[in-house]
Ligand binder design. Structure first.
Ligand SMILES: C[S@@+](CC[C@H](N)C(=O)[O-])C[C@H]1O[C@@H](n2cnc3c(N)ncnc32)[C@H](O)[C@@H]1O
Ligand SMILES: [Zn+2]
Ligand SMILES: [Zn+2]
Ligand SMILES: [Zn+2]
Ligand SMILES: [Zn+2]
Ligand SMILES: [Zn+2]
Ligand SMILES: [Zn+2]
Length: 506
């Protein structure tokens, strides 16, 4: 589901945000059903600027949203109107207010009905209309656990609804509780919001306020307007516009005097740059709402994402630090903890909370490194030469004196490349400069300019040998050939590569 080389410039396509090259004056892109689209640029070989186009911010698969428009396209009025009609047709069937009224009615019914086919709570008189559907009766506690009732939307290229295990969600909540946070902004973390509400009911903890921002409108059924906003975290778009912005502001204002924190768990294949931009905008809103006597500090945040995205995240949000805690997921085939003990998962916490304050559980194998002043995984041994606990992936790394840094245990120092690498890596030229394309092995170009831009990686160590799997999809007329974004990099080959790189821990 995630590739190690997932980044915003993958396959020679990069996202352009306001401020990148226009002093922030870039006009808003046209909208798809997921709000304003993002502007992408197809970067060719060399320095020449590529052609720009708009595409959906939220879906990385054209089957889910096929919006495409060249930046310089003239769009006819008829096409604009047709788009508006389509966008409206994809909007939720009820407004947040209507959902709330329905929820109250359903909660008051003797028979609380839920249609599994429509993923909708039903009023008694609607049952007939869902006669052929699978309708079940639910109780009050099920109404309080929407993440258990709703079927997770596991399309990897859009919602990727992977839910925290009890272990991970309890750890997160205990940590926030210990650190004294009174307001938790849950961005794409419905299970955390749910757990907060359930704990509040228990009455033996300080009450925490929470607000869920998520693109899955099914959650609107279960929460009031002050508890849920339909939101796209890739373009910072509130589907209910000003009303939702005000809900967010009221929530953050309410935290003045208390402590607010934002916890985000985006789909793992998502582009880091637009995500970071949205999170920064929320943090900025929080900052402007702080009373003048505040400390001027940044809004605390915790972003869960795979460890191999660390360089990209830190490039976009340099104040974050990656912690060793391994987040696991209940319904993810690869990222869930094993039955007997813990299976390693690649998902970590990135935070601007001082790492020493986030106490990682000793009984799960974490320990304090007094030299680094942070909690680390048991196999992450402090290296005196690097003066850090170097491991990123949970394995014990070893120091290479030639490279003057710690490297993965499976790597060997290669005299030809002058650096450590996997023993079967494609070797570089005599010049000592890493040669050729990491994707296909050709010495003619780098991966970014690879004509075979489908994310498959050169794996055999034989330069020039191409993979036989090729799941090319039809491109839209006039659309750049490389426009697949994350669509195909989860081919069997890519998945295997990632597994090699992470779970199997080569
Ligand atoms: C990886 S799951 C995280 C769920 C979390 N682990 C939990 O247990 O609460 C991603 C979440 O982000 C939401 N999501 C996906 N795409 C989104 C988008 N573009 N904007 C906002 N939320 C999105 C999904 O609906 C889902 O709830
Ligand atoms: Zn879209
Ligand atoms: Zn139904
Ligand atoms: Zn250390
Ligand atoms: Zn070292
Ligand atoms: Zn080395
Ligand atoms: Zn080499």
């Amino acid at each position: 589901m995630v590739d190690e080389d997932n980044n915003d410039e993958m396959f020679g396509i990069q996202v352009i945000l306001p401020g990148d090259d226009d002093d922030g004056k870039m006009k808003k892109g046209p909208s798809c059903p997921h709000g304003p689209t993002l502007l992408f640029e197809k970067t060719g070989a060399g320095t020449k600027a590529g052609r720009r186009f708009y595409a959906c911010s939220a879906c990385r698969d054209r089957k889910e949203c096929n919006f495409f428009q060249w930046e310089d396209d003239k769009v006819s009025e008829a096409r604009s109107l047709a788009r508006e009609v389509e966008n409206r047709s994809k909007a939720p069937p009820f407004s947040q207010q209507q959902y709330r009224v329905r929820f109250r009615k359903v909660a008051a019914q003797n028979e609380k009905l839920f249609c599994k086919d429509c993923q909708l709570l039903l009023l008694s008189d609607e049952r007939l209309a869902h006669g052929a559907h699978k309708v079940i009766m639910v109780n009050v506690s099920q109404l309080r656990r929407p993440t258990a009732l709703l079927k997770p939307l596991v399309s990897k290229k859009s919602n990727a609804q992977y839910l925290f295990t009890d272990r991970s969600s309890n750890f997160l909540l205990d940590t926030l509780d210990t650190l004294g946070y009174s307001h938790v902004l849950c961005v794409g973390t419905p299970r955390l919001q749910e757990l907060i509400k359930l704990r509040n009911l228990e009455g033996n903890h300080l009450v925490m306020e929470s607000l869920l921002l998520d693109i899955d409108f099914r959650y609107a059924q279960f929460y009031s307007q002050d508890e849920f906003c339909l939101y796209n975290m890739f373009n910072h778009h509130f589907f209910d516009g000003e009303a939702s912005q005000q809900v967010l502001e009221a929530f953050l204002r309410g935290a003045d005097g208390g402590k607010a924190v934002m916890v985000m768990d985006p789909p793992f294949g998502g582009l880091v740059k637009p995500l970071a931009s949205s999170f920064s905008q929320i943090a900025q809103t929080w900052k402007t709402l702080q009373s003048p006597e505040g400390t001027g500090a940044d809004m605390p945040m915790i972003w869960t994402f795979p460890y191999f995205m660390e360089p990209r995240i830190l490039e976009c949000l340099p104040s974050l630090v990656m912690l060793d805690y391994q987040v696991d997921y209940e319904n993810h085939p690869m990222y869930k903890g094993g039955k007997a003990g813990r299976k390693q998962t690649p998902v970590r916490l990135f935070t601007n909370i001082p790492p020493k304050d986030v106490v990682l559980p000793k009984d799960e194998g974490y320990k304090l490194c007094s030299k680094c002043d942070r909690y680390v995984w048991s196999l992450n041994k402090h290296c005196a030469k690097c003066d850090t606990c170097p491991s990123k992936d949970g394995r014990e790394w070893k120091h290479c004196t030639a490279c003057e840094k710690c490297v993965k245990p499976s790597w060997k120092h290669c005299q030809t490349c002058g650096r450590c690498a996997l023993p079967d890596h494609p070797c570089s030229t005599e010049s000592g400069v890493a040669a050729g394309c990491f994707n296909c092995g050709s010495l003619e170009h780098k991966r970014r300019a690879c004509p075979q831009k489908d994310g498959r990686r050169f794996k055999t160590g034989k330069p020039g040998k191409k993979s036989t799997t090729n799941n090319k999809k039809k491109k839209q007329p006039g659309q750049p050939a490389g426009f697949k974004r994350k669509a195909s990099h989860r081919s069997g080959a890519a998945r295997r590569n990632r597994r090699d790189a992470t779970a199997k821990s080569k």
